[in-house]
Design a protein around this ligand. Sequence first.
Ligand code: HEC
Length: 197
Amino acid sequence: MKRVNVGFVAVCVTFGIAGAVAIQAQLPGDGPRYENGTDLVFPADYRTWTFLGAGLGMTYDDDGGAGNPQMFSNVFVNPSSHAHFLETGAWPDRTAFVLEFRQSGSEASINRAGRFQGDLVMLEAEVKDSRFEDGWAFFNFGRAGALADTAAPLTGERVARCIECHTEHTAVERTFVQFYPTLLEVAREKGTLKPGF
Ligand code: HEC
């Protein structure tokens, strides 16, 4: 009778399961990836994602952010979620958004008036993912030059403002589609704008 090496079988089973779990954590392709379940891995290729729109000097303080240098804000979303939005006017589960802030410059090279984008300043992110209690989470990857490889979901006071503003003032779900002109059209057509927009 052949003897089965129980240790060998156990190793195969363990690594088989670990491998399957690792693959599961990476799917589907271009959405958010995590470590330790909920720490968002910095999406290093976000600059190849779909560009939704840019703001210049957008501020939410009543004093208009007086005195602060005007920064550009650029918003990106993973391409498969963008494709889904074009079809439905809604975001699928496992969607990731990146918001980057860049310095604005003027009067360099041939530029005499107007403003162009400069160095990265800081980077934030947001996901729609059913692994989080209310289906959404917010992240801060920090400042340029010291961007984190992974970011834990913001909690407590640090996330309260994000949630409040992204719930009360957003046109579609928790996102500012009113500032992304091509998506605004889609949401209008699909009837997914919140009341008031
Ligand atoms: C007072 C309102 C306000 C607060 C507070 C706020 N945001 Fe936003 N957020 C905005 C606006 C407005 C935009 C659209 C920006 C643009 O068009 O450039 C935006 C866009 C974003 C986006 C792009 C996707 C989307 O939802 O449209 C991310 C990611 C984001 N914010 C992350 C955060 C995080 C993280 C926090 C908390 C640390 C936060 N925001 C707090 C107003 C807010």
